[in-house]
Design a protein around this ligand. Structure first.
Ligand code: SAM
Ligand code: ZN
Length: 313
């Protein structure tokens, strides 16, 4: 287990059930990870096809090995799902029967300290999911962004109310010596947060690490355009399901779905529609689907996961 790519899949059955997989359909897994969701889809296919993407070369290897028994009908490709349109076009695929995404980091990425995602083990500040194509690292952000930029990103992507104090502390500390390791950063954040706010709950560095990781990997910025691309590729009746963890990620998915599901935006007193907008999807669950109690007990990382699903009209 330890040396392999293991990811405890979250909301697996729910996300795959939401796709109502057709045995002869064509499916896209935007975030292959350890291949858990991909394999659950693969198992439901007979003559159908599955394309699984991940930006992380380690994940591509792991999911590739896991899907090998399914042969050529299931392929794993290293790509950002923001480029799904081009990747599928290159494969000659013009339409999908379903697509799923399980956003964020995998437990593998967190557990492999050398990737620099974790505030629990010492490692160089990296946090790149795709080390082959991303130049910006956490170390560069922490040591070169202005105090204001740091405060803004920690507030925005970390939803951290002590963002200003944390940014000030980072700038103060980096003047003494460049901040290169995860534990030093975690310590700086911890000391910047008022002691009262530290009692109970998450590790005080959790939100700051999340924020920097999101910045390194442009995770939120690419969401809306990527979802629009994937929805554009769905055949009528095709399904999309998306799992998120931080609430700002869920908000982005919710708002994009709501916009795609809304039709005409003309003022009600217009005699005829001039905007020409038609709804593209039907939302399958008004409220997000949450993990069962059994699942959150067995896997605390599942606690804040949410699933949203929609059907192409
Ligand atoms: C939560 S894990 C997926 C786990 C997977 N569902 C499983 O069952 O093992 C998220 C994965 O998405 C990948 N990822 C995140 N953003 C991505 C993007 N924009 N394009 C492609 N892969 C991405 C990460 O590298 C990570 O491996
Ligand atoms: Zn209109």
């Amino acid at each position: 287990m330890e040396s392999g790519f293991s990811h405890v899949s979250v909301l697996l059955r729910e996300a795959v059930d939401a796709l109502a997989v057709k045995p002869d359909g064509v499916y896209l897994d935007c975030t292959a990870g350890g291949g858990g969701h991909s394999e659950a889809i693969a198992r439901r296919l007979t003559t159908g096809h599955l394309i699984s993407l991940d930006r992380d070369a380690d994940a591509v290897r792991a999911a590739g090995a896991r899907l090998a028994p399914y042969g050529e009908r299931c392929r794993v490709i290293q790509a950002n799902f923001a480029d799904a349109g081009d990747v599928l076009a290159d494969l000659g695929i013009r339409e999908l029967d379903g697509a799923t995404a399980d956003l964020g980091v995998s437990s593998y990425q967190l557990d492999h300290a050398e990737r620099g995602f974790s505030y629990m083990a010492d490692a160089p500040l990296d946090m790149r999911m795709d080390r082959d194509h991303t130049a910006l690292t956490a170390r560069e952000i922490v040591n070169t962004y202005s105090e204001e930029e740091l405060a803004d990103l920690i507030f925005r992507w970390g939803e951290e109310r002590f963002a200003r104090r944390i940014a000030a502390a980072i700038v103060r500390e980096r003047e003494k010596e460049e901040i290169t390791g995860t534990l030093r950063l975690a310590e700086i954040v911890k000391n910047a947060v008022p002691a009262a706010a530290r009692a109970g709950g998450h590790h005080p560095a959790k939100r700051t690490f999340q924020a920097i990781r999101i910045e390194v990997n442009s995770e939120i910025r690419i969401l809306e355009p990527s979802i629009r691309t994937v929805v554009g590729l769905l055949a009528p009746g095709g399904r999309i399901s998306v799992i998120t963890v931080p609430s700002l990620e869920d908000r982005a998915v919710k708002e994009t779905f709501a916009d795609l599901a809304s039709g005409c935006t003309c003022p009600p007193d217009f005699p005829v529609c001039v905007c020409g907008r038609r709804p593209q999807i039907r939302i399958l669950n008004k409220k997000p689907i949450l993990p069962s109690e059994e699942e959150t007990e067995a896997n605390p990382r599942a606690r804040s996961a949410k699933l949203r699903a929609a059907e192409k009209l």
